[in-house]
Design a protein around this ligand. Structure first.
Ligand code: CP
Length: 320
């Protein structure tokens, strides 16, 4: 593995899941793998789980991890080629990224989409420029369109909680939820792409009209606007808000009745409830769902460490 930017870099997903669960059993089993190596974790947007879990994972592998809150502490970056920089941007990515490439052995980048210019966001130009100009392996800590470390974590968590009864494939439902502001499509895109690539679940995406995801991420998924029908017999319900892709970055319609409540879960197969967090309580999910024994959101977030450690170890093996 050179970079980790999407499911295309994952190789065999089950092997990566096994590696992650091995690290969970023995976190310090490869404590010298990253000795003398340094990872830079550059955050252009806020984070709690990604920031902390990746630092812990790096330290478990003997690496030094340095976090840089680029959006708060760094110079504002320019990403446009040929820009006349007489505005608010102070430093071009062409100048900044090669320096990061000299300071670090691996770079982790978090950047969000603008939600204003779909073509630009979906070209992943920010992440691509870090990759092109840094010259060292890059890990996505969430980009404009995907969140691969989260998706690997999600598959680890589903694997841990597979129903015991004799079913060929568990039913996994990605259930759109309301929110107070427009959010990126990254987590939903990425989860859909990973689950359909993994191909070990019956996968349904349920959302109100107007929230269709980009087709490139949903091939192989059943998509419906019927929430109750989607939830029927579900083994896992992954709750997530995203803004419109078609009417880019907008929140079409009033869909507050899509909040997941305990009564809606009655038709499921005692489904486990997932969310990447942070979550808006009593907007996306009710308290009673989040606080129920079916909620596995804390376990899911805890698995972020092992997903990051599996990915980092694969990249370290490649650059040793
Ligand atoms: N799920 C997730 O990426 O959380 P943070 O934004 O806190 O990193």
């Amino acid at each position: 593995m050179r970079n980790f930017l999407s499911v295309k870099d994952a190789g065999n997903i089950n092997s990566l899941v096994k590696l992650a669960t091995n690290f969970r059993q023995n976190p310090l089993s490869q404590q010298s793998l990253g000795s003398g190596k340094r990872i830079g974790l550059i955050f252009l947007n806020p984070s709690m789980r990604t920031r902390l879990s990746t630092q812990i994972a790096a330290q478990n592998l003997g690496m030094e991890a340095i976090v840089f809150n680029g959006s708060q502490d760094g110079w504002s970056l320019e990403f446009e080629d040929g820009a006349v920089m007489n505005g608010s941007s102070v430093e071009h990515i062409r100048d900044a990224a090669p320096i990061l490439g000299r300071y670090f052995d691996i770079l982790g980048i978090r950047t969000f989409p603008s939600l204003k210019n779909r073509e630009e966001d979906y070209s992943e130009s920010v992440m691509k420029q870090f990759v092109n100009y840094a010259g060292i392996p890059v890990i996505s800590l969430e980009s404009a369109t995907v969140h691969p470390l989260q998706s690997l974590t999600d598959i680890i968590t589903i694997t841990d909680n597979l129903p015991i009864q004799n079913k060929t494939k568990p039913k996994v439902v990605l259930s759109w939820a309301p929110h107070v502001k427009p959010l990126p499509q990254c987590v939903a895109n990425s989860f859909s792409e990973w689950i359909t690539t993994w191909n070990e679940c019956d996968f349904v995406i349920a959302h109100p009209k107007g929230y269709e995801l980009a087709g490139q991420f949903t091939k192989g998924a059943l998509v419906t606007n019927d929430h109750a029908q989607a939830l029927k017999d579900a083994d896992f319900v992954y709750v997530k808000n995203w803004s419109s892709y078609a009417d880019y970055g907008q929140i079409p319609g009033n869909s507050n009745d899509w909040m997941l409540t305990l009564d809606k879960l009655a038709v499921t197969n005692n489904a486990k409830i997932m969310h990447c967090l942070p979550v808006r309580r009593n907007v996306e999910l009710s308290d009673e769902v989040l606080d129920s024994s079916n909620s596995i959101v804390t376990e899911q977030a805890a698995n972020r460490v092992w997903a990051a450690q599996a990915v980092l170890s694969q990249i370290l093996n490649n650059i040793k």
